[in-house]
Design a protein around this ligand. Structure first.
Ligand code: ADP
Ligand code: MG
Length: 684
């Protein structure tokens, strides 16, 4: 007898060739086949009597074939089969182009179902190339909602459909319910067999919705259980247990009081540090939300515990800035801080290495030079990386592996809706700074077309006249840009601006410059020796120039919303009223709509939610670059609410049964294990 583990070759009609084609689609067993969900559906459930079918309607007609089908050859390469079908209300002509075999399949005097589009000329009705099958066909392809599957070269719709249909009748009732009964009922979710039956062959659209709801929940619940278990294991793994010191002692030295969100994030991290497990925490906050303070507080705690912290920034200039900020926070306590970057002299580097070795430093801040060969970190307690999307997981681990299971704090300025962050950063716990320090002003944002250029130039003159500085960002121009849109390369645009504003100092940084030169130019901008800085997105990273009050983005349509939001975050960091101008001449409602979102809100989380909604998670994250497992039914953007619920339920379940050892969780555990094995690389 067939069961869920039976090979797909068992199915009638699936021979060696089709089986291999299915294998390529990831389908090996009957269970796989049942889990191969349709991409979409075609509604073939509507019937009409012939005389009542209206022009242009696509529907099913049940008709008796009234004459013998005739095959006519119009010319080479064009055959027609024609016949008449009737019901008690009227008649219609049925025509098939280039399907001569239909002639032998259709018998005069028999009844068939025709699914197709009705055409009416005068009183004359017809259908061309309809889907046709004998009336009363079991598991047929008309008279119901039909699934449409993703295909490859070796299998067609009809074979998959028939295979799934067989698999369902063979073993739909054997599908184990991975959702605990109590939870399933409480969340009002359909039982597994019903869901699998109706996701493939919905009785009606209501049933489809019920099935989808259950399967989306299941998919997200499974993912949440898997990630929760990974996190749980790490906590139990055992790390350096810090002794907790009163963080108020640190706060009391600050020139401001921390926001509620900052306190919460620090507390969450302190709980990790003192738990006996290893901390792996992501702090996510919009630009300007004060992430550096979180790092400072934890470094302070680490120092109190007599251990070394390492802080890694993506660029030299950011290293510089963090060095200054963190020094201001931490030096008053006598915390000893060193710096390590690639551009330092060999001697300076050697000094830092020696100081590290001999325990003369409590904190070292640097670029990836931090994990270069020969740098050692005795007593490493905490690793902080800033702007996480700039580092690969590998780079992070290179630094982490310099210590003995140090705690890790990752700071990211790319706001992602919380639920998603929990999934994308799978193995990380997440703290969110959803509150801005007081007094932060909103950056007025405008989306304009080229026709505003003159006025914009006037505005630049005015602001620079008042002593402000201006950022201009151009999209990266690829060598072989296929789109023939008039794109402004940073360099050309800088030259043009220098001509327009002979009295102003215009600088330019772009990807092709040597890092050292780039840093020098950035430095002169920070030092106010440049009025207008034109760049590609290299300045996207968090360089702080409080005097910059205007951000102009050329060809704004070329950027993602979240990216534009990041760019906007470069201004409004000082006390000056700041502006962001998005220039785009691209046509299309969608572009306008997108840019309008930025004009309407300054909230990075809202922006990213909208971005996600408009682009879908695939584009949002770039294909699989975040190691998200492929979702079969769930849409991480659209199903955020279900995701949240599934997550809560998963965490609650793991609380009672962390390793899913209980017998009633066996089916769930098997699926979780399978998911974890399949995604080994991304979850660790
Ligand atoms: P992020 O790295 O999240 O973009 P920063 O840590 O650079 O933000 O902080 C932005 C600015 O806000 C800094 O000048 C910092 O000193 C200031 N700041 C941080 N927290 C507070 C607070 N609670 N109250 C007032 N200012 C704050
Ligand atoms: Mg920052």
């Amino acid at each position: 007898m067939a069961d869920l583990n039976t090979d797909v070759r068992y199915i009638k009609g699936i021979g060696e060739k089709k089986a291999l084609a299915l294998n390529k689609l990831g389908v090996f067993t009957l269970y796989d086949l049942l889990s191969y969900f349709p991409r979409k559906y075609e509604d073939r459930s509507r019937f009409r009597p012939i005389a009542l079918a209206a022009e242009g309607e696509t529907l099913c007609v049940c008709g008796l074939v009234a004459d013998t089908p005739r095959l006519t050859r119009i010319r080479r390469g064009l055959d027609l089969v024609k016949f008449r079908a009737v019901d008690e209300t009227g008649a219609m002509d049925v025509t098939f182009f280039n399907q001569p075999y239909v002639k032998d399949q259709i018998q005069r005097g028999e009844s068939y179902i025709f699914f197709g589009k009705i055409e009416i000329k005068g009183t004359h009705r017809s259908m061309v190339n309809p889907v046709v099958e004998k009336e009363g066909t079991v598991n047929g392809v008309t008279g119901r909602i039909i699934p449409v599957y993703r295909l490859n070269a070796g299998v067609n719709q009809r074979s998959i459909l028939q295979a799934v249909s067989q698999a369902l009748s063979l073993c739909a009732d054997q599908i184990p319910d991975i959702l605990p009964e109590e939870l399933r009922l409480r969340c009002a979710l359909a039982p597994a067999p019903y869901a699998y039956q109706n996701i493939h062959f919905p009785a009606d659209f209501g049933a489809l919705e019920i099935a989808r709801r259950r399967l989306i929940f299941e998919e997200l619940f499974l993912l949440a259980c898997a990630l929760g278990r990974v996190r749980g294991e790490r906590v139990r793994e055992g790390g350096i247990r810090f002794e907790r010191h009163d963080i108020e002692e640190f706060y009391s030295t600050l020139p401001f009081s921390p926001t509620g969100a900052q306190r919460r994030a620090v507390n969450e991290a302190l709980n990790d540090l003192c738990s006996g497990g290893v901390m792996n925490r992501l702090v996510q906050g919009d630009v300007g939300s004060g992430k550096t303070l979180i790092a400072a507080a934890l470094i302070w705690e680490c120092w109190k515990n007599g251990r070394l912290s390492a802080f890694m920034a993506p660029t030299e200039i950011l290293t510089e800035q963090h060095y200054e900020t963190l020094s201001a926070f931490l030096k008053p306590f006598g915390i000893r801080i060193g710096k390590l970057t690639g551009s330092m002299t060999a001697k300076a580097k050697r000094d830092v290495k020696e100081a590290l070795q001999s325990g003369e430093l409590d904190l070292v801040i640097g670029t990836h030079a931090l994990f270069s060969e020969g740098v050692e970190y005795p007593q490493l307690g905490l690793v902080v990386t800033d702007e996480q999307h700039r580092f690969g997981v590998a780079q992070r681990s290179a630094l982490i592996s310099k210590g003995e299971k140090p705690h890790v704090l990752v700071m990211s300025a790319t706001p992602i809706p919380r639920t998603l962050a929990l999934i994308i950063y799978g193995d990380l716990d997440v703290s969110i700074l959803d509150e801005m320090p007081p007094g932060r002003q909103k950056v007025d944002t405008f989306a304009v077309t080229e026709s505003y250029r003159e006025r914009l130039n006037g505005f630049i003159r005015k602001l620079v006249g008042e002593g402000r500085q201006v950022f201009v960002v151009c999209p990266m121009v690829e060598e072989n840009d296929e789109l023939n849109m008039p794109l402004k390369s940073a360099q050309e645009h800088a030259e043009a601006l220098a001509e327009t504003f002979p009295e102003l100092r215009v600088g330019c940084v772009h990807g092709k410059l040597k890092p050292k030169l780039k840093d020098e130019i950035m430095h002169s901008f920070v030092a106010r020796e440049i009025d207008i800085l034109v760049s590609t997105t290299v300045i996207e990273v968090g360089v702080d120039v409080p005097n910059a009050a205007l951000m102009i983005v050329e060809n704004a349509e070329r950027f993602g919303l979240s990216q534009l939001h990041q760019l906007r975050g470069r201004v409004g960091r000082g006390k000056h009223k700041s502006y962001c101008i998005l220039i785009s001449d691209a046509d299309g409602e969608e572009v306008k709509q997108r840019l309008q979102i930025l004009c309407k809100t300054n909230d990075g989380f809202k922006v990213s939610e909208e971005d996600l909604r408009l682009r879908g998670p695939g584009d949002f994250f770039g294909s699989r670059q975040h190691g998200l497992p492929e979702m079969h039914v769930a849409d991480l953007g659209a199903d955020a609410q279900v995701l949240q619920r599934a997550q809560q339920e998963a965490l609650a379940l793991l609380q009672t049964d962390p390793m899913l050892d209980k017998p009633e969780h066996r089916a769930l555990r098997e699926r979780v294990d399978r998911l974890l094995t399949a995604n080994e690389d991304s979850f660790n």
